[in-house]
Design a binder for this molecule. Sequence first.
Ligand code: DOR
Ligand code: ZN
Length: 345
Amino acid sequence: MTDRLTIRRPDDWHLHFRDGAVMREVVPYTARQFARAIVMPNLTPPVTTTVLGAAYRDRILAAVPEGVSFTPLMTCYLTDSTDADDLARGAAEGVFTAAKMYPANATTNSAAGVSNIENLYPVLARMEAEDIVLCIHGEVTDHNVDVFDREKEFIERHLRAIVASFPKLRVVFEHITTSDAVDFVMEAGPQVAATITPQHLHINRNAMLVGGIQPHNYCLPVAKRETHRLALRAAATGGSGKFFLGTDSAPHLRSAKESACGCAGIFGAPTALESYVTVFDEEGALDRFEGFASLHGPAFYKLPVNEDKVTLERAEFPVPPVLHVTGEEIVPWHGGQTLEWKFLG
Ligand code: DOR
Ligand code: ZN
């Protein structure tokens, strides 16, 4: 039995840091485990320009603890009025690593997202020409579509057309939750990849709805049926370079989650690697963990792999039921549970 696992330091290819005091307190959780992270731009107001992206990057860097090396990789929030020249300049200057497409009103702080995806095609053409990665929140927002079908429907209504229209555009289908998404990514060319969160590997929709509403298991896209969870586990642990780690860590105060209209988002950063490695262990795939966590993402993003290493040990890790951020409570992913793996650093 493997009791210690040492791998190249991983990166988190999708997360939310927020801004201000909350950001300053959550960045250290990520910087402790990861060398880099793709930072989502859904602030209020969103990060829509190079100037805003550079300023946000500098605020994050100022929050990295002394002696810790961590690089935020910034994303540009695409809107109906994105300036493709500014985006191209931001990418060329190294401010933006990718651009993020939220269908308008698909999730938290996405009201300024894209209202008609076809109208964005000139920007996508420019991104393809400049080789800028497109990160997609893949859910339709049509009220006639059941919330559990919104990802599958997005593939049929939009994603197939985007991928066919821009065959060289690198696309990350973010936080996939269905076997339909796994199949789509597997069948697409090497320019299409996906991130998978820890929660979608651990829970199905029962965890949200059985025994009372469980707001701390609610995120978007919502967890689906067990068959989908199993497909995601097979994809993550199967060794394909098309799938890589992206926690979608999305801190919300406990009071905002435990409310009549609870926010979507799970704060995964404090337990990220322990949570993922548990899945790889359960699947007998510890030898594939480094690929998913540390190699596939850099290869897709055309970035070097990290040189330093981290070690995880098979040992009890009691996860605190709550953490304090800006003096307020936030419930972390696995809060109150005891995991069987511990991050040593
Ligand atoms: O659950 C989610 N929370 N999904 C998202 O897409 C956004 C995120 C957030 O920003 O809270
Ligand atoms: Zn997200």
